[in-house]
Design a protein around this ligand. Structure first.
Ligand code: IMP
Ligand code: MG
Length: 216
């Protein structure tokens, strides 16, 4: 396991690729970071690729849990699309809760001071709990969730994440179900946003912090 602070030999100069603070743009304007507009760049995964991968993950999850009672906890807001697709693809009974984590907007970069709102997470004690999130970056968010949920004594606790920027990890965290490992770039679409923009895209796209025109 990589020690905290020395994750996977990452060159932390790449940190610039994460928006420092994504400001919500005025209507009609592009999202911007420190005044620089954000251009949509390459497509990493099309809607069809996403659909197929979600089905594969759901097959694994269905097989692993068998007939056991399953409580799914969706991380707001980025995992909304992924969680909904997983639930439909599972095609079995699940109960559903949600967690809200503090966003990058409240931090310069992800520094580990994650705050969680747990009111909507549902009954966890003694349950088989599967946390669903959109993306894991530093790992601080999932680490915090694990700590908080374990205190509620679930029977089992697992994590499903659609995207994994494994090179960016600052704390060791093993995810049980991963859609795709991606490079350390800021991505949007399929529920993921920058400044609340681009969640609606069916595909996963990279954002170019230096871009100055809309690439849709
Ligand atoms: P971590 O605590 O650094 O692992 O941050 C994970 C959270 O940051 C995710 O749940 C997302 O909300 C957000 N995030 C990290 N990278 C991206 C990205 O490329 N696009 C959109 N949101 C991201
Ligand atoms: Mg999130």
């Amino acid at each position: 396991m990589p020690a905290a602070g020395a994750p996977h030999g990452l060159n932390h100069a790449k940190r610039w690729m994460i928006p420092r603070f994504c400001r919500t743009p005025a209507a009609g304007n592009l999202p911007s970071v420190e005044g620089v507009s954000l251009k949509l760049e390459e497509t990493l995964f099309t809607a069809e690729e996403i659909r197929r991968r979600v089905e594969e993950l759901s097959d694994l999850i269905r097989a692993d849990y068998g007939g056991r009672d399953l409580h799914l906890v969706a991380m707001m807001k980025g995992s909304l699309f992924f969680a909904a697709d997983i639930i439909r693809a599972l095609g079995r009974r699940v109960t559903l809760g949600c967690l809200v984590a503090s966003s990058y907007r409240e931090r310069t970069v992800s520094e580990g001071n994650v705050e969680l709102l747990t009111q909507g997470m549902g009954e966890v004690k003694g349950r088989h709990v599967l946390v669903v999130d959109d993306i894991v970056d530093t790992g601080y968010t999932l680490e915090k969730i694990r700590e908080v949920l374990l205190a509620h004594e679930p029977a089992t606790l697992k994590f499903a994440v659609f995207l994994d920027k494994v090179e960016m990890r600052k704390v060791a965290f093993d995810v049980d179900y991963v859609g795709y490992i991606i490079p350390p770039k800021w991505v949007v679409g399929y529920g993921l946003d920058c400044a609340e923009q681009y969640r609606e895209l069916g595909s996963i796209r990279v954002i170019d912090p230096a871009g100055d025109e809309n690439g849709i």
